[in-house]
Write a protein that binds this ligand. Sequence first.
Ligand code: SF4
Length: 536
Amino acid sequence: MGEHVRKLRVGVIDLVHKAPTKALYARVMHANLAAIMPQAVAAWCQELGHQVEFVCYTGLENLARELPQNCDLVFFCGFTEAAQLAYALSNLLRSQGAVTALGGPHARCYPEDAQQYFDYVLGFTSRPLIQDVLQDCAQHRPLGLHISAQGHPATLPSLEQRWPFVEHALRKAPILKLVPMIGSLGCPYTCPFCIDSTVPYQPFSFETLKSDLRFLSSRMAKPRVGWHDPNFGVRFDDYLDAIEDAVPPGSIEFAAESSLALLTEPHVKRMQRNGFKALLPGVESWYDMGQKSRCGGRQAEDRVKHVSEQINMIMRHVPYVQANFVLGLDSDEGAEPFELTKKFIDLTPGVFPGYSLLTAFGRAAPLNLELQLSNRVIPFPFHFLDNNHAMNVQPLNYEWSEFYDRVIDLSAYTFSWRTMGRRLKASRDSLPRWLNLVRGVSSEGRGRLAQFRNLRRRLDTDQDLRAFLERETEQTPGYYTEIVRRDLGALWKWLPEGALQHDPQAYLKASRLGDPSVATRVVDAMPREGLAGAGS
Ligand code: SF4
C-alpha cells in the first residue's frame, strides 16, 4: 500500500429488493432483511479513511433520489433476483464516472456474467481485499476483475462500527426492528443444494459477540436480533454461554435459522430462557436427498410424524416457527411429497411453512454442476430467481403442468382461510399471530398463490413460455421481458444490451477450465499498466 491514501467518495448499496413494491409484507419486513456484508464493507471503507454514503434499498424508496451522487467507487451487494437492477444501476453510475464493484450472493453465483457489468466482482470478501479495490479504484472494462479472498474473513467490524448503517436500515422498519448479527459462517452439514455446504464452519470470536450484545443493550430498550448465521447453534453451548454471559436472560429477543438436528428439547428450553422468539428450521424434503433412489412410503410418513412432534415441541417453548421446504427436488415424485406436507400442516397447525422452488443459482451449490451437465437448467432472467417466481430446473419426475398443479394445490391448502385460522389459533403471542396473518394474506401467501395460478394458465396458452420451459429455445418469453421492463421503470433504458440473458452452463464451463478466472488479490489480476495507474 502506498504512503498516501487518496480519500475517495464511496457509495455502498445494499439491494434488499429488486423493484418498487407497495406490499404490506415489504413494508413490515424488508428493512429487517438488510445484509451484514455491505455494512461491514462500509465500516471498512470508513476505517480506511474514505467518505461513505450508504443506501439500503427495500423497494419502498425512490431509488433515483437515494442513489449516491458523485462517487468515485460504488459497491453493490444483492441476491441474484436483484441482478438486473444492479446491472442497470452500475451502467448508470459508470456513465457518470464511477467505478463499480459487486459483492454478495449474485457475485458468488454468477461471476462470469457480472464481470461484464462491473469493474470488480468480489467472491469471499475481506478487509485486505476491500483495501486492494479502494487502492486500485480503476475502470476494468469490458471485463471486470473477478477477485476473491481465500475464504470468509476471520473477523468483521464490530456492531458499534456498523451501527450507523444498521440504524439507516432500521429507520425504515415501522413495527418490528431486527438488528442483523452473525456469530458464525459456513456449515458442517453438506446439503447438496446449499451455498454454505462447501464453506467450512467458522465461528467468530465469542468475546466480540459479547461486546456486540452489550453495545446493543446500551442502544435500544428492548432489542431484537436476527442471527444471520447459516446454521445457528452449531457450537451451541459456547454460543449460549456467550449470550448468557453478556446480557440478562430475555433482555434481548432473538430469531435464528437452525437445523432440526440442533433443536433438541434441552437446547430449545435454553433458547427460550434466553429470549429466542422465532426459529426457522429447514425440513427441506421428506426423503433422503443424498440417495439416488427414493425411500418413500412408510419411512417418509414416519418422518412427517417425527418432524411434526419435534416442531410442536419447539412451539411449546418458542412462539414463532417457520419450517422451510424445497419443492421440486429430484427425490420428489407424484402426489406423495405434497400430500405429506399437507399432513404435516394438519399435525402442526402453528407452524408457518416456507416453500422454495428448487433453483440452481449458478455456482452456488455442488448439485448445480450435475444439473448443468444434464442440461436441465433454464436461463430464466435473474430477476425471477427468487425461489418463487420461477423454477429454473426442469423437474426430474414431473411435467410442468402437473408440477404447478401440485404447487398450487399445496399453496391453496396452506393459505386457505381455514388453515390460516388454525395457525392463528395455535399461536400464543400477538406478534406471531399478526406476522402469520400479514404473511398469509400478503405477497408471500395468497399473493404467491395468485402468481402460480397465473403461470399455470399461461402454460396452456403461451407457446413461447412452454418452449422456454421445455428447453426447446433459450429465447426469453416476452411475458418475462415485459415484467422486467415494468419493474425497472425509468432504469430500463440503463439495462445493458444482452443483460437479460445469461449462460446457464457457465459454472460447468468454468469447472472444466479449472476456473482460472478467480484471482485472490487485485494485484494478481491486474494488467501491468493497471498497477502503474494505481500508484503502488
Ligand atoms: S441447508 Fe442448512 S444445514 Fe444444510 S448445509 Fe445449508 S446451512 Fe447447513
